[in-house]
Design a protein around this ligand. Structure first.
Ligand code: SF4
Ligand code: SF4
Length: 127
């Protein structure tokens, strides 16, 4: 069964350590734009920040406009080409644009760094 990162937003403090860790581990720099997890900060209620990231869908609707199966290859890739429909076809808004590419969670090839960095248990691996 496919691994996913499960989110418990009730535990998210909005510390952004997951974003920092993701960009640092993939690109060697701290830069929100190159993180595949994004925290939607809620300035009105500090208890309800929302981590957003790829749900590793079995059927990847983000690729439906391609008409071909590249799921396995792209599931493992961190940067994707910025195909015009891909971002919009993700129902979870889980693809993020960076320059001419899209940033997508590659699960750190099976050992997600964001999960290890999260101090509250808001992120966990599961299936
Ligand atoms: S990018 Fe969106 S549609 Fe594609 S696998 Fe991830 S969550 Fe699913
Ligand atoms: S590291 Fe955990 S608590 Fe901090 S912003 Fe990310 S998900 Fe939320």
């Amino acid at each position: 069964m496919k691994m996913k990162i499960k989110v418990d937003k009730s535990k998210c403090t909005g510390c952004l350590l997951c974003e920092i860790t993701c960009s640092l581990s993939h690109c060697g720099e701290i830069q929100r734009e190159t993180s595949a997890i994004r925290i939607q900060l809620n300035d009105l209620d500090q208890e309800l920040h929302q981590p957003v990231l790829c749900r590793q869908c079995k059927k990847m609707s983000c690729l439906k406009s391609e008409g071909k199966e590249r799921d396995d290859e792209l599931q493992k890739a961190f940067f994707w080409d910025h195909h015009p429909n891909r971002r919009e076809d993700c129902p979870f808004n889980a693809l993020f644009a960076f320059k001419d590419r899209l940033v997508h969670c590659d699960l750190c090839q099976g050992d997600p760094e964001c999960v290890k960095s999260c101090p509250t248990g808001a992120l966990k691996t599961g299936s």
